[in-house]
Design a binder for this molecule. Structure first.
Ligand code: NAD
Length: 443
């Protein structure tokens, strides 16, 4: 099949590459000329495990190409994915200006029947708007499909290649058949391709993300209650998870959710509910708990040093002159994405309180430099952050941080104090080694 993907970001690039891998001819289009130049020069603008190899192979086989020419992309394909960003507007609703601009451009450049697919996460009713925007520019026939994407950054290629389910919302039998053919190589069990009406397909994505965000805020709230009660969230989590109705998945306490999806999608759904005259009380609480959770690690650090100040130094600003090492900057492991990352809240609070911050992330350094400029010292190696540090704060649970050389850590640090924002270390072992250890909701 001849396919174009408009918007070559995390979703568009993975979608286009994986569809090329299954034998289709794919053009990835983006208005960002720098991104297209990078891709045409053989570089990959984002970090996503396994993606670079797939891109290289499919470009070499002539199935995958990159362009900033919208006309070329539209005219050369029968199937067009819209995968541009849908950032939050000022009132929290999803801003559709990029999606609708692309729809208009598709209409303007059409040269025959096309299936236009909303891959971006868009509010219920957007397919109708896309239809109107295209129809305003062409008399040719087309169908619009809602096909929300469920991939996770960090395992996006795997998720696309082996999806839990594929949601297809359309009113057209022709478009539905085409979509089923397109996805059949990825879904061995046909029952995982879920046909539904367009509005339900659009809503499914928001409902799924809202549920996942709810699980995170729920377990974070339980962790905070555990901390106050002297109970241990790890034991509680295990005790809950063996109940099959609850399960273990996605119930890990931490420093809050970030990324380009959960925060904006929860906000957008709250806004959608408000427009209907409904109060999304659960979602409002999910958001409020998350906002608070992003500050928790900083508060623990502040409290620890305020205590230390009382015992020795006379200082009303307990973090003034302290150096804090931060491990992990991306909003989660295996990605360089720092949109809404908890690390930004933690670090900005530390800097505001007068601390010096030395940080390391395996792949997000270039993104972090754009955010922090020279305010944070970014190190190539996690151990380098520790030289002379008063404390270590673990913010993102990269695998390479899970079993470090604690003897070396202790030697490098001024004081052996660890704030484990993801509960990745064994607190008892660390205590035996002479560390002062703080986790989230641990005894
Ligand atoms: P992104 O910001 O990484 O990429 C969007 C791309 O669209 C950018 O490269 C931008 O230059 C391009 N673009 C903007 N306007 C354009 C135009 N008029 N023509 C061509 N290109 C244009 O965004 P993303 O993370 O890939 O997300 C895209 C959509 O997918 C969003 O709606 C998001 O909610 C949804 N989504 C994201 C994820 C994720 O994990 N990132 C997962 C599922 C769904």
């Amino acid at each position: 099949m001849k396919i174009s993907v408009i918007g070559t970001g995390y979703v568009g690039l993975v979608t286009g590459t994986c569809l090329a891998e299954s034998g289709n001819d794919v053009i990835c289009m983006d208005i960002d000329q720098k991104k297209i130049d990078l891709l045409n020069a053989g570089n990959v603008p984002i970090y996503e495990p396994g993606l670079e190899e797939l891109i290289t192979r499919n470009v070499d086989h002539g199935r995958l190409s990159f362009t900033s020419d919208m006309s070329l992309a539209v005219k050369s394909s029968d199937i067009i994915f819209i995968a541009v960003g849908t950032p939050p507007g000022e009132d929290g609703s999803a801003d559709l200006k990029y999606v609708l601009a692309v729809a208009g451009e598709i209409g303007r450049n059409m040269n025959g029947y096309k299936v236009v697919i909303d891959k971006s996460t868009v509010p219920v009713g957007t397919a109708d708007k896309v239809k109107v925007a295209i129809a305003a520019k062409t008399k040719l026939s087309f169908d619009v499909v809602s096909n929300p994407e469920f991939l996770k950054e960090g395992s996006a290629v795997d998720d696309f290649m082996k999806p839990d389910r594929v949601v297809i919302g359309t009113e057209s039998a022709k478009a539905r058949n085409l979509m089923q053919d397109l996805y059949s190589p990825f879904v061995r069990k046909g029952d995982r391709i879920l046909d539904m009406d367009i509005r339900s397909a659009e809503m499914t994505k928001y409902a799924a993300n809202a549920m996942l965000a709810t699980k995170i805020s729920f377990i974070n709230e339980m962790a905070n209650i555990c901390a106050g009660l002297g109970a241990d969230i790890d034991s509680v989590r295990r005790g809950m998870g063996y109940d099959k109705r609850i399960g273990f998945e996605f119930l890990f306490p931490g420093v809050g959710y970030g990324g380009s999806c959960f925060p904006k999608d929860v906000q957008a759904l709250i806004r959608t509910a408000k427009d209907l005259g409904l109060e999304a009380n659960i979602l409002k609480a999910v958001e409020a708990v998350n906002k608070r959770q992003k500050t928790i690690l900083f508060e623990m650090i502040l409290q620890h040093f305020a205590q230390a100040s009382k015992q020795g130094r006379k200082n009303s600003a307990p973090l003034e002159g302290r150096t804090i090492a931060v491990w992990g900057l991306s909003f989660k492991p295996r990605t360089d994405d720092m949109r809404e990352a908890p690390s930004v809240v933690v670090i900005n609070n530390l800097l505001r309180a007068g601390a010096t911050v030395k940080a390391h992330d395996p792949v997000a350094t270039h993104e972090a430099r754009k955010i922090f400029k020279s305010r944070v010292t970014l190190m190539d190696n996690n151990y380098e952050t520790l030289k002379g540090a008063d404390a270590l704060a673990v913010v993102t649970e990269w695998n390479e941080f899970r079993a470090p050389d604690f003897k070396r850590i202790k030697k490098l640090m001024k004081k052996p104090v660890i704030f484990d924002g993801r509960n990745i270390f064994h607190q008892e072992e660390l205590k035996k080694m002479g560390f002062t250890y703080y986790g989230i909701g641990r005894r």
